[in-house]
Ligand binder design. Structure first.
Ligand code: ADP
Length: 918
């Protein structure tokens, strides 16, 4: 066997548990013993079996002999019968009778087929013999001489008997052969048993010996090995290597090795943790940690602060407090020693100690063992120099802030949240309320103010604290001790803590008593001034009105005078009178308008105005003036856009700006009217000239009335009212006006107005929505529309397109309208209130005065929807009143109602009837 194989066996043996090994050691000799016993038993049984078989064979022999004898007796009996006497038939018969049972016994004894075969052959031979004998008995007569056949039978019987004998002998021989065979096999078994015993007895003995040897030697040596390793482990030495095995000793060895590894690991961890803990203490920031024993000797001293005070751990470790610091800091030693001792007595003490220029917070604590004995003292020192400095700074800042709060000229107070008692007050507060701080702190409002005042303050405080937000009390009266009632403007602010909950309430109150009085005086003065201004406007308005009447007379008579036959000189004088008068009338009209705007009494009738129309009309009017100075007027096409404006007033503004553009332009210059949309819904009309421009200073006064910016010294005529009026008008129409100018190169005025939907568009839209009214159940009619707004005129034309029976006449001027009315006597007159030549109200009056037109129903059209206006016109003879922008349905309803009334006979408009209005 190879050494490797041997090793494997050894290992396999070693791996067995001690119990298995013990059992094996017991089992081997036991097995040998058992084998011997069994073999002995086997041998015994074999011997017994052989004996039994021999006995059996002998019995078979006997039985065969019995059977042979019976056959012999039968044959002898027969021969005797034949040869001698009939008495011999008795033994014959007895033999024949005994034969079956003898054969049956023999047959029962025979166990082997080969023997039985022989026996069967013998029986067949016996049967033949018995047959021959029976024939002999039958053929022989006692005392009769024997015949040949009888003799032949006798011979046959001899022959048959011989065969029987032979067959029985063969049976016996077969049985003998079997016996010999059995004996041989018994002998072989016996021999094999002896051989097995001979071999196994010494082998068993040998195995027992080997097992005992293995058991004892292997175990003992390995136990010693473990013992040695255990000793090494206890001494911390490296262990001897052992063969690995899984039995108890092997496990013990493995456990020892594990323990050794664990120990090594623990030692490494311990070393690491010690290094860490040392490093930790060494890096103890801003301080130092020390351990000292009962002799006040430092066993450890580490920490960053050592370096900051110019010392090192070597100064301390291994030395007593006195040895370490006796020379450097004797005072420290003196004061620290009792504290070291106290710590060693089990007390914990914290104290603040200076060292050099640093301050330390030092803690002396006992270090106790698990049993509670003080085994050492520990000192932990924390450098708090910076913190102290910061605290000092905070204190300083605090006192700085305090002094600010203290000197704020407003009353500053702080109340606690719980009971709203004052916790702080500044000087201004003391002075205002007339109480010393000591009287105020710890009290609340009810201690100083009447109940209703205190209730108000408290309610406000609660509001601040509950809402967690600043509350501004613009004015609150406060009854003070020495200054009477003062008015305060107070702001109350919640001061929240870190969790956002109110901790205090801060109040800052400004004494506004003086300012309030001043404000009141100011308001009073302003009211006075406004009243005076209104009176002035009123005066101006009246004056202008009063001046207009005589002036118109002057102008009228002047014009009549002009037509007379006058000398050239007289003509010149009259022209002067007329020119001066017209100038004055313009001036008066403008003043009147300005004062009306200022007093809000300027009647305006805003409607959708076609921008292109307004621009073109204004440009046409200015054309002659421009042409006189060789100035080109350029108008950009406004594409059917509409703005919301009073038509006449918009034209007035445009005319004014255009005339300025021409007046203050250079010879041969240009005035350009352009426009742009200003989203979402504005239109900007720009009037740019190439004139002298306006200097920056002048721009500020541009829209001031009567300010001509120095033009009064020049040759250009003017009143200085145009721009002021334009601005007033544009703003009254909801728009805006502004100017930009580049002195020397020109000025741009921009008028911004709201875009409006064109009346026609609006009508179409309403029609699409199914709101338009189509068809009427009246006969052929003529309608006269006196309206200067082209857009409205077109709309009315469009509306009546749906009624082909209606013939529409139109006039854009009142004078033409009156003429047409007289000529055609229409079935209805639609009359605009604002017409360029005669006011609509006058036109109505004239229509009613003229017998030719008196009966014609008139429906007024105006953007002015004020009830007073409507009532006045209905009273003046109008049959209906519709407002712009036209609501087509209601417009037609009004027209139809007016006609129906006419048909039913009560059409005659009288003061008693209630005309339709929309
Ligand atoms: P008026 O033209 O009657 O003097 P306005 O109120 O229209 O009064 O104008 C005031 C002044 O503003 C004018 O006197 C003139 O000095 C100046 N001004 C107005 N429009 C222009 C312009 N387009 N270019 C230069 N200066 C202008």
């Amino acid at each position: 066997m190879s050494p490797k194989g041997a090793g494997r066996i050894t290992l396999a043996w070693a791996n067995r548990s001690i119990r298995t090994k013990g059992m094996l050691v017991m089992a081997i000799p036991l097995a040998a013993l058992l084998t011997l016993g069994s073999l002995y038993f086997l041998w015994q049984r074999r011997a017994d079996e052989a004996n039994d078989l021999v006995a059996h064979t002998l019995e078979v022999h006997n039985q065969i002999d019995d059977v042979r004898l019976i056959y012999l007796e039968a044959a002898l009996g027969m021969r005797g019968y034949v040869a001698a006497s009939p008495e011999f038939l008795v033994p014959y018969r007895e033999a024949v009778d005994a034969l079956p049972s003898a054969l049956a016994r023999l047959d029962a004894l025979i166990q082997v087929d080969s023997v039985r075969d022989r026996l069967n052959e013998a029986e067949s031979a016996g049967d033949r013999l018995l047959g021959v004998l029976e024939r002999m008995r039958l053929s022989y007569q006692p005392g009769m001489p024997s015949t040949d056949s009888q003799r032949s039978l006798l011979l046959d019987s001899r022959e048959a008997l011989a065969l029987v004998r032979e067959k029985l002998d063969a049976t016996r021989a077969e049985e003998d052969r079997l016996l010999a065979e059995r004996r041989a096999s018994a002998d072989r078994a016996e021999w094999l048993a002896s051989l097995t015993i001979a071999i196994s007895a010494p082998f068993g003995l040998l195995m027992g010996l080997v097992a005992v040897l293995l058991f004892t030697r292997g175990l003992v040596r390995r136990v010693r090995w473990n013992e040695e390793n255990a000793r090494k482990l206890s001494e911390g030495l490296p262990l001897l290597a052992s063969t690995p095995a899984r039995d108890e000793i092997g496990q013990m060895a493995t456990a020892l090795e594990g323990a050794a590894e664990l120990l090594a690991e623990r030692q490494a961890t311990l070393a690491e943790s010690e290094a860490r803990y040392r490093a930790l203490i060494r890096n103890f920031p801003n301080g130092a940690v020390a351990l000292f024993d009962h002799e006040l000797r430092f066993t450890l001293m580490e920490g960053k602060a050592l370096a900051t005070i110019g010392l090192s751990k070597e100064t301390f470790e291994g030395k007593t407090l006195r040895e370490a610091l006796g020379d450097v800091a004797p005072d420290t030693v003196r004061t620290a020693e009792p504290l070291f001792r106290a710590a060693l007595r089990g007390e914990s003490i914290t104290s603040e100690r200076p060292f050099g220029d640093r301050t330390f917070l030092v803690q002396y604590v006992p270090v106790e063992s698990e049993s509670g004995d003080v085994i050492a003292g520990m000192m932990v020192a924390l450098d708090i120099t910076d913190r102290k400095r910061a605290e000092e700074e905070v204190r300083h800042t605090q006192s700085f802030l305090d002094s600010i709060v203290e000197n704020i000229p407003n009353m500053v107070f702080v109340k606690s949240v719980e009971d709203l008692r004052f916790v702080r007050f500044n000087k201004a507060g003391e002075e205002l309320l007339g109480f010393a701080r000591a009287e105020l702190i710890g009290r609340n409002d009810y201690d100083f103010f009447p109940k209703d005042e205190a209730d108000f303050f408290t309610a406000k405080d609660r509001e601040v604290l509950e809402g967690k937000r600043l509350v501004d009390i613009p004015e609150e009266p406060v009854d003070t001790k020495s200054k009477g009632t003062r008015f305060l403007h107070t702001k109350k602010i919640p001061i929240l803590d870190e969790e956002g909950k109110p901790a205090y309430l801060l109040g800052i109150s400004e004494d506004i008593t003086e300012r309030k009085l001043a404000d009141e005086q100011l308001r009073h003065a302003r009211d006075e001034a406004e009243r005076a201004n209104l009176a002035k406007d009123e005066f101006l308005s009246r004056m202008s009105h009063e001046l207009r009447t005589p002036l118109k007379a002057v102008l009228g008579f002047g014009q009549i005078l002009e037509m007379d036959d006058l000398t050239e000189e007289q003509h010149d004088s009259v022209r002067q009178i007329l020119s001066g008068g017209r100038h004055l009338l313009g001036l008066i009209d403008e003043v009147l308008d300005i004062t009306r705007i200022a007093t809000g009494r300027l009647p305006l009738s805003p409607e959708a105005v076609l921008v292109a129309e307004a621009l073109n009309e204004a440009a046409d009017l200015i054309q002659p003036l421009a042409a006189g100075r060789g100035i080109r007027v350029r108008v950009e096409d406004a594409n059917g856009l509409h703005v919301l404006a009073d038509r006449q007033r918009l034209k007035q503004v445009l005319l004014n700006l255009l005339s300025n553009g021409v007046k203050y332009n250079r010879e041969g210059g240009e005035v350009a009217i352009t426009w742009e949309r200003s989203p979402p819904d504005k239109l900007r009309i720009r009037i740019a000239d190439t004139g002298v421009g306006i200097p920056g200073e002048g721009m500020k006064r541009l829209f001031a009335p009567f300010d001509r910016l120095g033009a009064e010294t020049g040759s250009v005529e003017g009143t200085g009212l145009g721009l002021a009026l334009s601005k007033g008008l544009v703003e009254a129409m909801g728009g805006a006006i502004e100017a930009e100018s580049e002195p020397g190169s020109g000025t741009v005025f921009t008028v911004e107005l709201r875009l409006a939907e064109s009346p026609l568009q609006r009508y179409e839209r309403q029609r699409e929505l199914g709101q338009g009214a189509e068809g009427g159940k009246v006969g052929a009619r003529t309608v006269l529309c006196i309206e200067d707004n082209l857009s409205n005129l077109k709309l009315i034309e469009r509306i009546f397109e749906g009624r082909p029976q209606v013939r529409l006449l139109s006039a854009m001027q009142a004078s033409l309208g009156l003429e047409l009315a007289r000529q055609h006597r229409p079935d209805l007159i639609l009359l605009d209130l604002h017409l360029p030549d005669i006011p609509g109200e006058d036109v109505l009056r004239r229509l009613r005065e003229d017998p030719a037109t008196r009966g014609v129903p008139v429906v007024m059209i105006s953007a002015d929807a004020t009830q007073g206006q409507i009532k006045r016109l209905l009273a003046a003879g109008a049959d209906g009143y519709v407002t712009k922008p036209l609501d087509v349905k209601r417009f037609l309803e009004t027209v139809d109602t007016v006609w129906q009334r006419g048909a039913s006979g009560d059409a005659k408009v009288s003061s008693g009837s209630e005309p339709t209005t929309t």
